[in-house]
Design a protein around this ligand. Structure first.
Ligand code: CA
Length: 430
């Protein structure tokens, strides 16, 4: 059983209150309308009682919280029925550096190695009036109650499963108060709640690296990584990589279908070169970075722009919907691709060329991206980086055949279907 750890930000009133004035000003302009999701990837996962190494030169904060553990496949589940899909609860620690913005995905603050220890799951009679207590070296530092949360566990299961199918073992972290608990080298941190095994983490500089076979490989994606595409969207190219993480629910294969949601105005394709990591990479120098690349493949990183809000942008509702990331399963070995920074990219809709670019126009090239990510997190074999798309986007409609192709790497075919067509195809399978 492979698990995905979803988390929700801004779910505690102390947090939304602290940011309220800022959220009415640029770049946010308005309060979030839907839950602000993010992912804690596999390098962050730790079990109970494991040691965690703190990043040096930065203050780390503990975020004791409750995790909902999914018990069976949940797709478009209503709030009223959500309880039937919950196997139990566990304690978790959503560790983070200080957050100075909610505009861009907070990869550097939240995805450090070991930043998501998770305890053992158990059923709870009442998860909705539960004190979550954090102790540092045996002294209580924080206490809050799950009844304070803006959205309850069933509401979050409903909101997430509306666009992402949840699998048994997947978890959702329910959020933390604005005020977090600083943790320092040598601390033992315990998160407790009645009815659950306490979650104990030891913060030690010599903590060993951990691999997490029960977690999915991490799929990173780049926003605005081609200068021409950034200008097409009225953005200046970013001065550091804009990286977000996509969950495995969004992946599909070659010759598969992708669903265009009903009632949206703009869903577009994105032809992207995908880097596949071949060996564990931590603090890799740019000049050595290609040694850590196993090879390359192609994806189509669809986006539904109607769902864009100015929080952790682009958010999971835009970028991690079921079926919206077709990925070619074959990986072309690095040795077969002499220069990954000189490959033609093309997208065809119904046979007509609509997008054309070259990987030489990437703002941050492959060696830079591998090196940059490995500065603050461990990349593991099988992790993937979708490196962004050039200009030439267009709306796609049910019935369209979309082909993305990268010179020397591969060609991926996909067909757009409506929600109704998709439901019918699922019913036929069952
Ligand atoms: Ca993209």
């Amino acid at each position: 059983m492979k698990r995905t750890v979803f988390a929700v930000a801004l779910n505690h009133p102390s947090q939304t209150a602290a940011w309220d004035a800022a959220f009415h000003a640029p770049p946010y302009q308005a309060l979030p309308k839907t839950p602000v999701w993010f992912i804690k990837p596999r390098n962050t996962h730790r079990a109970n009682h494991q040691a965690i190494a703190l990043p040096s030169g930065e203050q780390t904060y503990s975020g004791g919280t409750l995790a909902v553990v999914i018990g069976r496949r949940a797709r478009k589940v209503s709030e009223a029925h959500a309880q039937e899909y919950i196997a139990g609860f566990a304690l978790a620690n959503e560790l983070s550096l200080a957050e100075e913005s909610f505009y861009r995905p907070a990869i550097q603050a939240k995805c450090r190695d070991g930043f998501c220890p998770l305890g053992e799951a158990a059923p709870l009679e009442d998860a909705y009036h539960l004190d979550i207590i954090t102790e540092v070296n045996g002294v209580e530092k924080q206490r809050w109650n799950t009844r304070e949360l803006h959205r309850s566990a069933p509401q979050l299961v409903a909101a997430l499963s509306e666009f992402a199918t949840l699998e048994p073992g997947d978890v959702i972290l329910l959020g933390t108060p604005q005020q977090r608990v600083p943790v320092n080298e040598g601390d033992d941190v315990t998160v407790r709640a009645a009815g659950l095994t306490p979650l104990v983490s030891h913060f030690r500089h010599d903590a060993p690296a951990q691999t997490q076979p029960q977690a999915h490989p991490t799929l990173f994606a780049l926003g605005l990584n081609y200068a021409d595409h950034a200008s097409e969207l009225d953005f200046k190219a970013p001065d550091s990589p804009l990286v977000f993480i996509k969950a495995p629910n969004t992946l599909t294969g070659d010759n598969a279908v992708s669903v265009r949601p009903d009632g949206v105005d703009y869903m577009h394709y994105e032809c992207e070169l995908v880097v596949v990591i071949g060996k564990t990479a931590r603090n890799v120098r740019r000049e050595d970075a290609l040694d850590y690349v196993a090879g390359y493949t192609v994806c189509n990183d669809y986006a539904v722009r109607d769902y864009l809000e100015n929080y952790y942008r682009p958010n999971l509702r835009v970028k991690s919907r079921d079926t919206l990331t077709p990925l070619l399963p074959t990986v072309v070995a690095r040795e077969q691709v002499p220069d990954a920074q000189n490959l033609a990219l093309q997208t065809f809709i119904n046979g007509e060329l609509r997008q054309s670019g070259n990987t030489r126009d990437m703002v941050f090239d492959v060696p830079y991206l591998v090196s940059w990510l490995s500065e603050f997190m461990t990349l593991q074999p099988g992790d993937m980086i979708a490196t962004g798309t050039p200009k030439g986007l267009a709306d796609v409609r049910p019935g369209d055949e979309v082909v993305v192709e990268i010179e020397g790497v591969g060609r991926l075919t996909n067909r757009i279907v409506s929600e109704q067509q998709y439901e019918e195809s699922l019913n036929e399978k069952n």
